[in-house]
Write a protein that binds this ligand. Sequence first.
Ligand code: NAD
Length: 421
Amino acid sequence: MHQDDLATLISLEVGKITSEARGEVQEMVDICDFAVGLSRQLYGRTMTSERPGHRLMETWHPLGVVGVISAFNFPAAVWSWNTAIALVCGDPVIWKPSELAPLTALAGHALLARAVTEAGAPADLSRVVVGGPEVGEALVGHHGVALLSATGSTRMGRAVGPLVANRFGRSLLELGGNNAAVVSGSADLDLTTRGVVFSAAGTAGQRCTSMRRVIAHRSVVDDLTERLASAYARLPIGNPMAGGTLVGPLVNRAAHEGMERALEQAATEGGKLVAGGGRELEEAAPDAFYVRPSIVRMDEQSPVVTQETFAPLLYVLPYDDLDEAIALNNAVPQGLSSSVFTADQAEAERFLSAEGSDCGIVNVNIGTSGAEIGGAFGGEKETGGGRESGSDAWRSYMRRATNTINYSGELPLAQGVSFTV
Ligand code: NAD
């Protein structure tokens, strides 16, 4: 009912174009639908007991309070992924949104509060606390928070993870990505170009799953780079709420400075700028940070390419054989999302296999961004290892008890142990 209102707040606070902001609100709706169905499917298993007259089973119980710390770039969706699942698992939620998007948080939370009241559920099921890292730290250190689900930079996760572990709390970390597409010599370059441009330049490069690297076979790398550069030159940049805009502003000055620094470093590491590279609309909107999404050709995966720069900056690298491409894909500290564009099924299968991409999300003939809520979402290595949203991610929000029930009237011990008194 309030999809457009909430989308407008998201556009105002974080600069998402209207279509993507509406899509984010749609994710909230989708995860609520999913969670309602899930509430009847929190299955525990029964196992055959080795002892006669015994039954073995597991039951799942609510874990307790879930603390949610969220990043600026999905100011509504990440909270709702966590909250919808936590609530059907029986856990109350305390949310610390990004200090860059408090209005979206208060509005989204007000909608939930209304639904909670209408359903006749306790009002305390969900709370929002607005503030910066110091407010997050209070949740991180609190023994009453059974699960801390924190989404943001790897820097934040590195600070938060050990503190929660130190009090034997559970954490679910969703951190930075450095996502690549491997483009094989057999790829459909038209489809690849469209997939790459959406993932790399869409959302102004400010998704955790944004594509930051293209690793293209040497036979197609020049052609693909030209196609990408030509598409980048045509991208409509401007007011995110104006019809036709595809690239809104960066979230703030710091994001722009980060992009400038990365471009300078790339140049010193041998990079050649082939698209973008500058600020746009500076006179019309001096306090907003619009940039033309950039592409830098690199001969190798130098240090700057291994870092996450949270801006629309894409590196294009060549490869000669698939093993090398897979090694490059995996040779970064982050492990969130990855794609292969190919018409060769054997190549696709290798990329998906245990010897292939080491990421939590591995796609074929589609970009690295734009996941659906039905699958578990998250990544490996410095991305934190957490999984949110669909599939069996609910298990992180519950505690498991293993039960043995003896209806035999005897007391046989497991493993044939004898203990007679
Ligand atoms: P950030 O790390 O600056 O902030 C994220 C949240 O953590 C904010 O709410 C902030 O207040 C809080 N925070 C920061 N330091 C803290 C501390 N020491 N203790 C407690 N709370 C603390 O990140 P950001 O700039 O808002 O978002 C961009 C980053 O988030 C990127 O790295 C992006 O890849 C990542 N991200 C990851 C996912 C994912 O699912 N893997 C999703 C969205 C964003």
